[in-house]
Ligand binder design. Structure first.
Ligand code: ADP
Ligand code: MG
Length: 700
């Protein structure tokens, strides 16, 4: 049975044993499948090797040869010992030195066949490897067949796993591959492989580890060979198929009752609307309300750049729900943002009969109890809150719509918990940052999506400039200019995890200096996350009313804060922020009709990454472009900044490198699952394996 072959625990494979099995397990390799369905770190061409006589300094090379001599050489520096090996082939010889690794005297011995890999330079009169990777390919005991696994071909180089060296893994993989059943089950239907001209599973596995002669080493090392693409496709296809199933299951559920929209409700919506919606907002709202009128629950993602006006769209959807006698939960990631949504929503709903409440983690017990009672009785129609809303103590009378703002800060689990609070409410997820398409297909592939592309009319693009710290006077000059015209300013200070105390002190001192020395004629206030909620409200309120002119703040203002008269933002230590985070921050200005400026102040010299981030921000204000750049610079895990982000654990695929394959996989999965009879084997496979394989909640 082929399934059994792949699911064998490595511990029972010949030559592994408990010690090595434990080391392999520590890096997540438990079964034969784990070992075979992952790629080597890289590949080495040991067939077409450079003869030693042809080696050049500056080149990174692999050589194979026989150890001529080896031993410890003392140097002029006391206590510093150099292990040195000289290796030769038919054309010449080369030296390798290993500083302070005397133990190698027990590893290298004359007459062994060894492989060395690394950069070469010219030292003390000859070509030399310093600290190269090495591999003893043939000791005396090995036979010729074993040597063929490690030399004379393209070989895979695996990541060392404790005591299990790359070479041992190569032997182990080779041994397992030679026992690979001929009729290896393939979860991807043959018709799909054939259609895409990708190899079937068996060949894909074989050739991803031991590529046939003549395979391009560049293709291999960039993971672009057919075999590698075959395995990547399999991974993506299974993942996407699971998402499709999950979505189908959801769409078979029925809400207690769908909402109804009539003229009375339309009129009520018009009454709260303070401005004309943009076309993008209209389309998004129509998509949302259409979902709400359907019998199955809505699962929709609302994307739009900072300032595109997602809140009002969500609020109008909320109004429709409430007019249908449903309650609405509106979730925000931080207290400040919850406070702010609460104030905005309460103001907008004033002309309506609906009651709005706030529920956050740091409310006093009595206050909270009262708020909870009103939610349970149904006196409260709309509740705005933080994660406190997902606590067990919160019971709704009739929750019909859940709005989750700034999604990427919420875990998938929290999304699920809140959904479980009601019998299948409609769920609208809003993201603060536009999400690159591949990530959206991955983390939110089970959601429908609406996108608002444009900003409300009258917005002027924010001018963004980068300045080194040494130009501080000039920077303050820009701020003063705005203040003199009656505008307001943000000065943002980073608060980095792990050094909050120091950062907070620095931010506080900065605020004091700004007030005392730089802008004595204006009012400067400090805002940070460690302040009590009333204090925060007070400061934010004063800033919103224009009584505070300069708001010195840590990143608490990152999301959502909305003061249209603020036209300049100075970001201190801009090099310490992530790209999307800076974009979010910047979105706090440029919210009114006045031209706005963002000054990124950095500490020279910038790192390469820092330069790329700051460069991207000064070049564009398009959040979608920035999101793509951010993903390229940081990689998918960090993009969301949380493990619970709904991203799958991938073994061979890479969301940035392989995004085209992900789209293909999605298309194929959708089409294949459309026809129930042929889809059944795949459905069975996924029900059994999906959750475990991708480290996520199940497809059901
Ligand atoms: P975000 O999408 O970043 O959450 P908000 O919902 O906070 O954006 O909206 C940003 C600002 O734009 C708010 O002040 C809001 O009142 C305003 N706004 C939203 N839509 C429009 C519109 N159609 N016309 C004018 N102003 C709008
Ligand atoms: Mg918002």
């Amino acid at each position: 049975m082929t399934v059994e072959f792949l699911s064998q625990p490595l511990q029972f494979v010949k030559g592994v044993g408990p010690k090595r099995a434990a080391d392999l397990e520590r890096v997540g390799l438990l079964t034969v499948e784990d070992l075979l369905l992952r790629f080597p770190l890289r590949y080495e061409d040991r067939a077409g090797l450079t003869p030693m006589a042809a080696l050049r300094p500056g080149q990174t090379a692999t050589v194979v040869g026989e150890v001529l001599s080896s031993g410890i050489r003392s140097t002029r520096r006391p206590g510093f010992r150099l292990f040195e090996v000289v290796v030769r082939d038919a054309s010449g010889a080369v030296r390798a030195v290993f500083p302070n690794q005397a133990f190698l005297k027990d590893v290298f011995h004359p007459q062994q066949q060894v492989v060395l890999y690394g950069p070469l330079d010219y030292r003390s009169g000859g070509l030399q490897f310093t600290n190269p990777e090495y591999e003893i390919v043939r000791g005396d005991a090995d036979d010729a067949e074993e040597a063929h696994v490690h030399t004379g071909r393209i070989v895979p180089i695996y990541e060392k796993a404790g005591s299990v060296t790359p070479r041992m893994q190569r032997s182990l993989v080779h041994q397992l591959l030679s026992a690979l059943p001929d009729d290896l089950a393939d979860p991807v239907p043959a018709a799909i492989h054939e259609g895409l001209e990708l190899p079937a599973r068996r060949d894909a596995i074989l050739h991803s580890h031991f590529p046939p002669d003549g395979t391009s080493i560049d293709d291999l090392n960039t993971f672009r060979t057919e075999a590698q693409r075959g395995l990547i496709f399999e991974e993506f296809f299974l993942f996407q198929a699971g998402l499709v199933l999950r979505k189908r299951r959801q769409s078979q559920e029925h809400k207690p009752r769908p909402v109804v929209v009539d003229d009375r409700i339309r009129a009520a919506a018009r009454k709260v609307l303070p401005f004309k919606l943009t076309d993008g907002q209209k389309v998004a709202l129509r998509e949302i309300v259409t979902d709400m009128q359907r019998p199955e629950p809505m699962h929709r993602l609302l994307q739009g750049d900072v300032g595109s006006g997602k809140t009002i769209v969500a609020l109008l959807a909320a109004l429709v729900a409430m007019e249908n006698d449903f309650q609405v939960a509106f979730m925000a990631p931080t207290e400040i943002l919850a406070d702010q949504h609460y104030m905005t929503i309460r103001r907008l709903l004033e002309p309506s009969r609906f009651r709005v409440a706030l529920l956050t983690g740091n409310m006093r017990a009595a206050q909270k109890r009262a708020a909870l009672a009103e939610i349970t009785s149904g006196t409260t129609h709309l509740v705005v809150g933080t994660h406190a809303l997902v606590e067990d103590t919160v019971e709704f009378r009739d929750l019909g719509l859940v709005v989750i703002d700034e999604q990427h800060r919420f875990g998938v689990m929290q999304r699920a918990t809140l959904r479980a609070k009601a019998r299948r409410p409609d769920v609208l997820v809003m993201t603060a940052t536009p999400i690159p398409r591949t990530l959206a297909l991955t983390a939110f592939g089970d959601l429908d999506s609406s996108t608002i592309r444009e900003l409300p009319p009258g917005r002027r693009p924010i001018r963004t400039i980068a300045k080194p710290e040494s130009r501080r006077d000039e920077i303050y000059g820009l701020v003063r200019h705005e203040l003199q015209h009656g505008r307001q300013a943000y000065v943002i200070y980073p608060l980095v995890e792990g050094s909050e105390k120091v950062d907070l002190r620095a931010a506080t001192e900065m605020a004091e200096t700004l007030q005392a020395d730089v802008f004595p004629e204006y009012r400067v206030a400090l805002l940070h996350g460690k302040m009590k909620s009333e204090e925060k409200d007070q400061v934010m309120g004063a800033f919103a009313r224009g009584e505070v002119h300069v708001l010195a703040a840590t990143t608490v203002v990152e999301v959502g804060v909305d003061v249209a008269n603020a036209t300049i933002m100075v970001v201190e230590h801009a090099e310490r922020f992530g790209l999307s985070q800076l974009h979010q921050l910047r979105g706090r200005v440029g919210r009114g009709g006045h031209a706005s400026t963002c000054v990124l102040v950095y500490q020279a010299p910038l790192t390469d990454q820092g330069q790329r981030r700051i460069g991207a921000l000064t070049e564009t204000t398009d959040g979608f472009v920035i999101a793509e750049r951010d993903l390229e610079i940081r990689g998918p895990g960090d993009f969301f900044g949380t493990r619970q982000s709904g991203l799958p654990t991938l073994r061979v695929g890479d969301l940035v490198r392989d995004h085209v394959l992900m789209e293909e996989a999605r298309r194929e999965a959708i089409t294949w699952l459309d026809e129930p009879t042929r889809a059944q084997p795949l459905v069975d496979y996924l029900s059994a394996n999906w959750a475990q394989r991708f480290g996520l909640v199940g497809v059901g």
